[in-house]
Design a protein around this ligand. Structure first.
Ligand code: DC
Length: 229
């Protein structure tokens, strides 16, 4: 165990929304004493920044200026990361429905991705990191020590999101959540640049019938076996 902690691996977890990535990544990071980076939160922060500054996503010069000045900081903590946009804690705001949709749109734009990938590589360069997203194993860290691709069926994913929302006191319909997930999967999978896809050497994990403990244990065992190459 100590050996794995010292090895400071880069662990990539990709997959669609509500496939279990972030819950698994967070728990695994705690176990391994690694840093957890939710790259989706970074695209969400960009989306919020564009909204707050009334930037049309087709206005590339304005987007370039926004990206030159944007300050995204992640405060790591075992209790959960906090994300700051230009000095403000936006951890809650970026989870709202308008930002969820806009983040999937802004993530299609080349200059936005280039900037986020630079930041992500900088954060992960010393290893000891678990990063989740859509393109971590394919683009951000193609040489990651471990790559996982998580999936789950639509009904299960929608139900997970519905339960999360209910816990926060939000009364959303399961049908609407499912529709939003299907729309976002299609949007993230079909974009030209760095689409959501499984890296050839990623290990697929279907979490539809797995508990959170099962998921964490599954990945943990593989990592503890170490690298074969
Ligand atoms: O993981 P999430 O649902 O918070 O991500 C929000 C959006 O950000 C997602 O719909 C697509 C985009 N995203 C991306 O394009 N690449 C990543 N590495 C992470 C997220």
């Amino acid at each position: 165990m100590w050996d794995i902690m010292k090895k400071k691996y880069v662990i990539a977890i990709d997959g669609p929304g509500a496939s279990g990535k972030s819950t698994t990544a967070k728990a695994l990071a705690r176990k391994l004493k690694y840093i957890y980076i939710d790259t989706g939160a970074m695209y969400r922060a960009c989306a919020l920044c564009s909204l707050e500054n009334s930037i049309n996503l087709k206005d590339i010069p304005k987007l370039i200026t926004m990206l030159e000045n944007i300050d995204i900081k992640i405060l790591y903590s075992e209790k959960g990361n906090k994300i700051f946009l230009n000095g403000n804690d936006v951890s809650q705001r970026i989870r709202e429905a308008d930002i969820t949709k806009l983040s999937s749109e802004i993530a299609k734009i080349d200059i936005v991705r280039k900037k986020m990938v630079l930041l992500q590589r900088e954060i992960g360069k010393n290893g000891g990191v678990i990063m989740d997203g859509r393109d971590i194993g394919t683009v951000v860290f193609p040489n990651a020590d471990f790559k996982f691709f998580m999936i789950a069926n639509e009904k299960t994913r929608a139900l997970r999101r519905w339960k999360e929302a209910a816990k926060k006191g939000e009364n959303l319909s399961l049908k609407d959540i499912e529709k939003e997930l299907i729309w976002r999967d299609a949007n993230d999978t079909s974009r030209k640049i760095s689409p959501l896809k499984q890296a050839e050497d990623a290990i697929p994990v279907d979490t539809s019938n797995m508990t959170i403990d099962d998921q964490v244990e599954f990945l943990f065992k593989i990592i503890m076996r170490g690298k074969s190459a």
